[in-house]
Design a protein around this ligand. Structure first.
Ligand SMILES: Cc1cc2nc3c(=O)[nH]c(=O)nc-3n(C[C@H](O)[C@H](O)[C@H](O)COP(=O)(O)O)c2cc1C
Length: 188
């Protein structure tokens, strides 16, 4: 059984990226489980808070989910041609304390997908993640690019992925990434 943890980088109730993550869960192949993690409840990073109170519960939970997964799926929106602050803030918290970062991220397979209502489907945001995952020592999987543009058309009003071609692509993406994760993970 291959275990992947997926996280959407949007807190919005009607988030297209959360909808894309749900589609990834639905379309993942047999033998692959995707646990949906959340950035909700993670405070703004403040080193004074960390020093005084330690790691917040929402951060500790997501860290453990990452650490016990064969792979991590980041489903990222794009804000101002880069990573939304709330998502980057969450990953920054997960990298604390630095003595524990290797357990959470080190050698862990990671795939990135994202969707936006515009034409470029989070291309620049996904690119902006690359130095982050490199710094964290993760192993990115690049085989199938997944820039889901025109979110308002490919998802219906309930957030279901209704575009047949995109459903097929998400299924191929999940099969490919799960294979990579099961072959290269370093999970204990
Ligand atoms: C502050 C802000 C900046 C944005 N900048 C971009 C952008 O650079 N490129 C883009 O494609 N969409 C941009 N958008 C639109 C988002 O792609 C859109 O709001 C999308 O629905 C966000 O993802 P979500 O549906 O998962 O919340 C921006 C939205 C906000 C709120």
């Amino acid at each position: 059984m291959t275990r992947i943890v997926g996280v959407s980088g949007s807190l919005r109730r009607g988030s297209f990226n959360a909808a894309l993550l749900r589609a990834a869960v639905e379309l993942a192949p047999a033998g692959v489980t995707i646990e949906v993690g959340t950035i909700r409840g993670i405070p703004l990073y403040d080193n004074d808070v960390e020093t005084a109170d330690g790691i917040p519960p929402a951060v500790a939970k997501l860290k453990d989910q990452f650490a016990s997964a064969d792979g991590v799926l980041l489903v990222t929106p794009e804000y101002n041609n880069s990573i939304p602050g709330v998502f980057k803030n969450a990953i920054d918290w997960l990298s604390r304390p630095s003595s524990d970062a290797r357990r959470v991220f080190g050698g862990r397979p990671v795939a990135i997908m994202g969707t936006s209502p515009g034409r470029f489907g989070t291309l620049l945001s996904q690119t902006a993640w690359l130095p982050v995952v490199r710094t964290l020592g993760m192993r990115p999987w690049y085989d199938i690019p997944m820039y889901v543009s025109n979110a308002g058309q490919v998802f219906d009003a309930s957030g279901a992925l209704v575009d047949a071609g995109m459903r097929e692509r998400v299924a191929q993406f999940m099969a490919g990434f799960a294979k990579f994760a099961s072959e290269t993970n370093t999970r204990a």
